[in-house]
Write a protein that binds this ligand. Structure first.
Ligand SMILES: [Zn+2]
Ligand SMILES: [Zn+2]
Length: 143
């Protein structure tokens, strides 16, 4: 079960049945300005008692499995989910700014549908669909 949850003035996707470590990891992602690698997360959570990389990896694995966090393949880093609908569809798209590091999650149903149709047509069974756009965000492009 996942809901939009308002926390410290911003919204992100949360669940109320997380383990303590999962909460810590998701919290770190939710309060970061950009994507974090597993080691960035470990660094931030050392004072909270998370010391072993394995604890972070396990939490990340569960969170990404449930769609509460996403792995950005091209950066090998993680962000928290910003789109409650992506749990339903199992697909997500990200626009990654290469200058300021901002990541925007969005859903593009038309592309998703084309990829699903292609999969159906070829008999390929996708387990995950991640679209990553890299470039400049509107702010950086205008600067
Ligand atoms: Zn998402
Ligand atoms: Zn930018």
């Amino acid at each position: 079960m996942a809901d939009a949850h308002s926390h410290a003035g911003h919204d992100h996707i949360w669940a109320d049945d997380l383990t303590h470590n999962q909460e810590l990891v998701l919290g770190a992602l939710a309060h970061a300005d950009g994507p974090l690698s597993a080691y960035d997360i470990l660094d931030r959570l050392r004072d909270d008692g998370l010391r072993a990389p394995l604890q972070v990896y396990r939490a990340l694995e569960k969170l990404t499995e449930r769609g509460l966090a996403h792995r950005l393949e091209s950066l090998n880093a993680f962000v928290c989910c910003a789109d409650a609908d992506c749990h339903r569809t199992g697909s997500s798209a990200f626009a990654i700014c290469e200058r300021c590091g901002k990541v925007e999650e969005f859903a593009e149903r038309a592309i998703e549908k084309r990829l699903q149709d292609w999969s159906k047509g070829t008999g390929f069974v996708p387990s995950r669909m991640t679209i990553e756009l890299r470039g400049l965000c509107a702010g950086c492009a205008a600067a």
